[in-house]
Design a protein around this ligand. Structure first.
Ligand code: PMT
Length: 227
């Protein structure tokens, strides 16, 4: 009695959107509120895990009882995630990371001059993929869960991300569906895993999605251990 299912486990969750600065007063971001990642962090905390929550820009305050690391850009989020991987048991990446950032950040506010302005963007590192490659190179490491925010061909893109980003599970949400995705209190997800694992979760609160997801993670880790 008294021991919780995730006691002694270290869980790292990312949440929110990254912020890619253009100049001191302008930036590129997205609609992630942080709610999905916060719900996962809360459930992991309630199940006894030691939780680190690496946040980008979020709407509400992060939950109590977890270690919160505030970041802004994808580059900073990458550094904060990578330096914590050693000793982490489960990584869950619910953050919406910008795929591109401005090629340079102006030191001063950009002034109006001509009728058009071209902003050059460069690719950001793919943090989830780097986590997968880190584990592969090392031969051991955390159980890795990625998300996939899609608007079409959800299954195809989710399976592609599962393989390419070398994760154990991908949680796909069709962010154009009502009641799913960015900013909402609920989500509708499909979970894809290795060995043809598939489970669809109909519309439910993000807390309920987080609870079921952590049950799936538990079973999948047991499966890996028994192999
Ligand atoms: O925060 P909420 O308002 O509650 O909204 C929740 C959510 C819609 C943001 C969440 O459910 C979700 O889908 N998060 C992932 C958003 C996303 O960036 O999806 P993606 O398909 O572009 O990326 C796939 C995965 O790779 C994600 O785990 C993402 O964190 C990761 N990624 C993406 C790009 C990048 N450069 N680095 C990454 O690590």
């Amino acid at each position: 009695i008294g021991s919780k299912p995730l006691s002694g486990q270290r869980v790292l969750v990312t949440a929110g959107g990254t912020v890619e600065r253009i100049d001191p007063v302008r930036y590129i971001t997205n609609d992630s509120s942080g709610k999905m990642g916060f719900a996962i962090a809360e459930v992991a905390r309630d199940r006894g895990a030691e939780v680190t929550l690496v946040c980008g820009r979020t709407e509400a305050a992060p939950p109590n009882g977890v270690n919160v690391v505030h970041t802004d850009s994808a580059l900073r989020m990458r550094d904060e995630v990578m330096r914590r991987l050693d000793g982490t048991d489960i990584v869950i990446k619910a953050a919406a990371v910008a795929d591109y950032r401005p090629a340079s950040r102006a030191d001063q506010k950009i002034k109006k001059s001509s009728d058009s302005l071209t902003l050059e963007l460069v690719r950001n590192p793919d943090i989830l993929q780097e986590v997968g490659e880190w584990r592969e190179a090392r031969g051991s490491g955390p159980f890795i869960v990625g998300f996939a925010a899609e608007t079409a061909d959800v299954e195809k893109h989710a399976l592609d991300k599962l393989a390419r980003k070398k994760c154990d599970l991908i949680v796909a949400n069709n962010v154009s569906e009502a009641g799913a995705g960015f900013g909402t209190e609920t989500n509708i997800v499909s979970v894809y895993g290795r060995g043809d694992f598939f489970e669809h979760l109909p519309q439910m609160t993000k807390r309920a999605v987080a609870e079921r997801l952590l049950d799936i993670v538990k079973d999948a880790r047991k499966g890996l251990a028994n192999r």
